[in-house]
Write a protein that binds this ligand. Structure first.
Ligand code: HEM
Length: 451
């Protein structure tokens, strides 16, 4: 009996010591939540990358079809949105110095979200609208949990903080885009909406891709790029106006498209001007940088180049519309340049620092042997990933614009190979958040133990 008592006490002491250490390392209680989202994101990216060359002929034929819709949402919801949710769970508590109010709900959210995305992708692929809007309801529940966690941290800093205001508005746009996506799917079953299918679709796409994803990338990069490039964090005062202008322009464009109003090119041009001002700010930081360029910054800068290509195609599309053969070709190329060129380059680049850093923190929180970002990284394939991804993209975009399908498939295959290599290496890095083992580089006898 006394022995049992001692053992129980010992267990309590160990748990308390573990809790104290975790609280000291992770005072905001973020835990492994961001990592769960990163794993989901990379798995969907791998699936999307593998499918890309097979779906590209359908995209080149016409973008609005079952398999392109499934692939688009595997990339936009599975890869991009899950990745961004992980980034926000990692950064928002640290930035606002407030803990997430419902940390357990965040894990439930990750599960519900994964089920919702799998459901929507599967039902898009088989073209069953009933399943699409049911899965959309599941997704909206997950997004509401996410919003509840984010809003309580971000709201007190809205208006004063550029990054926080951008993130807050971005989550509002995600809710809007998700609700409109659900309504569009429901309309296919009950036919209650007026307007044209293509302009309604374009309204959803812009709320999601510009209002949610681009807005959050602008906000996150205002936080991350100065940290990588400059010794001191400095943001110009006008940055908040870029955020407001972008939000107003996306809302204007989405309403004009949805209600068939005039003036879509004017809103499109306002979006481009707000983004041009953002690019000018970032370019200023790059010019005055003190640190050498690494793969994170290379991917981010190449992403900005693709943002320029997307902006040009977007403006042309606002004049031509996506009806007709030429419009449809531009729309497909626009999707590749925007979702893969701009957004995915940013996430890949950011992940090289952020994912390994999050794994190192998570291991420290668990009390496992500490490892460094360098030990958790395999830098060798990065050159191949960067060149195959961006080279393939350039070929695919040019081929989609000119309607030369075999070249588009070759480009898509190069993107697919880059995506699969990236995913394999990244999953290897992430796996160390879930097992005690250390990477081989951390086993050297001469290793300096990280504190
Ligand atoms: C809960 C979230 C979402 C739901 C429920 C949803 C739903 C839908 C639906 C139902 C359509 C087809 C609309 C129609 O046929 O009229 C669609 C198209 C599209 N969505 Fe989403 N969506 C969501 C999030 C996103 C996000 C985050 C993005 C981009 C970042 C996105 C990008 C697109 C694109 C590009 C298309 C057109 C694809 C094509 O025509 O091949 N969606 N979405």
């Amino acid at each position: 009996m006394p022995e049992e008592h001692t053992k129980a006490e010992h267990d309590r002491e160990v748990t308390a010591a573990h809790g104290k250490r975790a609280a000291a390392i992770d005072p905001l209680g973020v835990g492994r939540t961001p990592l769960h989202f990163f794993v989901v994101a990379v798995l969907f990216f791998a699936g999307g990358a593998a499918a890309l060359p097979f779906v590209t002929p359908a995209i080149a034929e016409y973008f609005y079809q079952a398999t392109p819709l499934a692939l688009t949402h595997s990339m936009t919801l599975g890869w991009i949105t899950a990745g961004v949710m992980g980034v926000m769970y990692r950064y928002v508590p640290a930035l606002t110095r407030r803990p997430i109010p419902f940390p357990r709900a965040a894990i439930v959210q990750c599960v519900i979200y994964t089920i919702g995305v799998s459901g929507i992708v599967a039902h898009f692929a088989i073209g069953v609208w009933f399943g699409i809007w049911l899965a959309a309801i599941v997704l909206i529940v997950a997004i509401l949990i996410f919003a509840a966690n984010m809003f309580s941290c971000l709201w007190p800093r809205v208006r004063d903080g550029v990054v926080e205001t951008g993130m807050f508005l971005a989550v509002c746009f995600l809710l809007l885009a998700g609700s409109l996506g659900f309504t569009l799917a429901l309309d296919k079953s009950y036919d209650f909406l007026g307007g044209s299918v293509l302009t309604n679709l374009a309204s959803h796409v812009h709320l999601a891709a510009v209002g949610w994803v681009t807005m959050v990338i602008v906000a996150v990069s205002y936080r991350m790029l100065p940290a990588f490039l400059l010794p001191k964090l400095r943001l110009p005062r006008n940055a908040i106006w870029q955020i407001y202008a972008l939000a107003a322009a996306v809302l204007g464009l989405a309403f004009a498209l949805l209600f068939g109003l005039r003036g879509t090119p004017a809103w499109a041009i306002l979006i481009v001007l707000a983004l041009a001002s953002y690019v000018a700010t970032i370019a200023g930081m790059v010019r005055s940088r003190r640190m050498p360029l690494d793969w994170t910054t290379r991917h981010a800068l190449t992403g900005l180049g693709w943002l320029g290509v997307s902006a040009l195609l977007g403006i042309i599309l606002s004049f031509t519309g996506a009806q007709g053969e030429a419009g449809a070709r531009i729309a497909s190329a626009y999707g590749f340049a925007g979702l893969l060129g701009f957004i995915s380059n940013f996430i890949i680049g950011m992940s090289y620092q952020l994912f390994a850093g999050s794994v190192a923190r998570a291991r420290a929180g668990q009390g496992w042997i500490a490892v460094t970002i360098a030990e958790l990284s395999k830098p060798r394939p990065r050159t191949l990933v960067f060149s195959a991804f961006n080279g393939g993209l350039a070929i695919a975009v040019a081929a989609l614009l000119s309607g030369f399908v075999p070249a588009a498939v070759v480009g898509a295959a190069a993107i697919g190979v880059a995506g699969l290599i990236y995913s394999a290496v990244t999953l290897w890095t992430l796996s160390f958040a879930y097992r005690r083992a250390v990477p081989r580089a951390a086993k050297s006898a001469l290793r300096a133990v990280p504190s």
